[in-house]
Design a protein. Structure first.
Length: 157
């Protein structure tokens, strides 16, 4: 039996974004096995402290929208995160890949054949989530520089 991407790509990734050098973290949910992406900003960032329901945060374009906006990463996900990496960040913005149309390997394996084909969704790979972190970091860096998240003032698809 061939290995699936979630079996071989790893459960976490830490990197600095190409734009602005923001700290990015990708973590796999321990039970559902989907990936979540996070981008950290300093406490002085204009959006630091904003709830996910704030209009400004809602205007950030990332897979499924921003679903995490807090001063720390989720405890259940950050089991192996290097504390030094997280310590310099004042606020985290994150997203998950467990929305309608997304495949969550843990849920799919539990439901097996009981899950209708149209609900199985597409698996979002580590590479995909890395690119989405870069996209979110690009927008957050623009905001930190006093600009709109996107050059046109709107979101990108």
């Amino acid at each position: 039996m061939s290995k699936m991407p979630w079996d071989i790509e790893g459960d976490e990734k830490l990197f600095l974004s190409r734009r602005g050098g923001l700290q990015c973290v990708i973590l796999r949910h321990y039970e559902l096995r989907h990936l979540c992406g996070y981008v950290g900003v300093k406490r002085v960032h204009p959006y630091a402290g904003f709830d996910i329901n704030a209009d400004e945060v809602g205007g950030l374009a990332v897979h499924g929208g921003v679903t995490w906006s807090r001063d720390k990463l989720p405890d259940l996900l950050a089991l192996h995160l290097n504390d030094q990496f997280e310590r310099t960040v004042g606020w985290w913005f994150g997203f998950d890949c467990a929305h309608a149309g997304d495949m969550t390997p843990g849920l799919n394996s539990k439901l097996k054949d009981r899950l209708p084909r149209f609900l199985r969704g597409a698996y979002r790979t580590m590479e995909y989530v890395h690119n989405e972190c870069e996209r979110l970091a690009f927008q957050l860096d623009r905001v930190a520089r006093g600009k709109t998240p996107w050059p046109t003032g709107g979101s990108s698809t």
